[in-house]
Design a protein around this ligand. Structure first.
Ligand SMILES: [Zn+2]
Length: 412
């Protein structure tokens, strides 16, 4: 945090989050900032976004048209008007929709509208049909319920409240850090970084499901380093019997290394959700330590807060599913196997597809679990050690473990 520029919007919102509810002296130690900064951040905390647009002495801040246009463009993308109808369908809560909008503003370097303006003047004037969100976050809805509770909270409810607040702070922190990595790349500070987001999806053809490991790579355009390019890669299982396990991840990444995917980069920063079967596991974390050695490049692995990952992989998966449906409808041909899936996906702009090298019934490796691994959100490596951090913004590790890399010795 102390390395961020003082006028960075991300620094300010991160500060408000970490300064809330934590002993001030710890915040000072953890983030290397002064006590007066912590107190100032606390005073400001009432609303992160309102504070950002607040100018003393101006009673009625005038809102710049371009900010409203940006908010409308955001709505058109995220909750578009249903085709042929006159309403938008909203499945997210207003809280989540605003958080999503706020993060998008940070990403695109736009000043966000305040939450009350966004809800009261933008959303209110739209014809919106609310429907139940299947992906609604339990912890966030619990937080809202406890915060709005009119009765005195019992002890166990206070514990729940603290946990839910921590969850929300982590969500903002991890997403904020991801956006900072991307912003630093575009600022030419970290031009040689490859930023990777990975997630599993399932592609359904003729009633069979094929696992698809989606690897999105962001990197600076060599022609114009202030522009970040995205490349969307699919690694599709060779049969419906291939599972989305750790081995799938290892085989895919080794293949990426062999195909010189990372040549020319100086650092690899990976983000994913905490997938308990294949991503945030001792085996996978150890694998990335081994990968760092093989590549001779620093590798960092970060995890989004649960239920609040990045939506890019979902979007990529949706493009793939649509392409498969359109192809089958137009050609009246039923796609049956991986080779046919790959052929269709390859036709989508900026998408690349390959058959994944993972095999059916490959034996799952057995590792002695790193104690405490589940509560970590960042991992870094050196020769034989894995360092775990509770937050991506932490500079001091919370745990470290010695890697047992024998399993990967004869991995080719
Ligand atoms: Zn949540």
């Amino acid at each position: 945090m102390q390395d961020m520029p003082h006028n960075s919007p991300i620094r300010r919102s991160l500060l408000s989050i970490v300064a809330e509810d934590q002993p001030a002296d710890l915040v000072v130690q953890d983030f290397g900032i002064s006590l007066s900064t912590v107190y100032a951040a606390r005073r400001e905390h009432s609303s992160i976004a309102l504070d950002m647009v607040y100018t003393p002495g101006v009673k009625r801040p005038r809102i710049d048209e371009s900010r409203i246009d940006f908010a409308m463009a955001f709505l058109d993308e995220v909750i578009p008007v249903v085709s042929g109808r006159n309403f938008r369908k909203q499945t997210m809560t207003n809280e989540n929709l605003y958080a999503f909008y706020f993060c998008r503003c940070l990403e695109k370097r736009k000043e966000p509208l305040s939450k009350s303006y966004f809800e009261g003047s933008i959303l209110k004037n739209q014809n919106i049909q609310h429907s139940k969100d299947e992906s609604v976050c339990d912890l966030c809805s619990e937080l809202a319920a406890l915060e709005n509770s009119r009765t005195r909270l019992k002890e166990f409810e206070k514990d729940k409240l603290a946990k839910a607040k921590q969850h929300k702070a982590s969500w903002y922190q991890q997403t904020g850090y991801y956006l900072k990595v991307k912003a630093d790349m575009a600022d030419e500070q970290d031009q040689d970084t490859a930023l990777i987001i990975q997630d599993f999806s399932q592609l359904s053809v003729q009633g069979s499901y094929f696992q698809d490991l989606i690897v999105v790579a962001y990197f600076c355009d060599p022609e114009d380093p202030t522009t970040i390019k995205g490349q969307y890669n699919h690694f599709v299982a060779s049969s419906p019997r291939v599972k989305n396990d750790s081995n799938f991840v290892f085989r895919t990444w080794l293949h990426l290394v062999e195909s010189e995917f990372f040549n020319g980069f100086k650092k690899i920063v990976i983000f994913s959700d905490g997938g308990p079967k294949h991503f945030k596991t001792t085996a996978t974390v150890t694998f990335f330590g081994v990968l760092q050695k093989r590549l001779g490049l620093p590798v960092e692995y970060h995890f989004f807060e649960s239920n609040h990952g990045h939506s890019v992989c979902d979007t990529v998966a949706a493009h793939a599913k649509k392409a498969l449906n359109v192809e089958q409808r137009d050609s009246r041909y039923a796609i049956k196997n991986t080779d046919e899936i790959v052929t269709v996906l390859e036709k989508v702009k900026n998408h690349y597809a390959e058959v994944a090298l993972a095999q059916e019934q490959e034996e799952s490796p057995e590792f002695v679990t790193f104690k405490g691994i589940r509560s970590m959100r960042k991992f870094t490596f050196d020769d034989d050690t894995v360092y775990g951090f509770k937050s991506s913004t932490d500079t001091e590790c919370s745990h470290w473990w010695t890697m047992d890399t024998k399993y990967f010795d004869d991995f080719e």
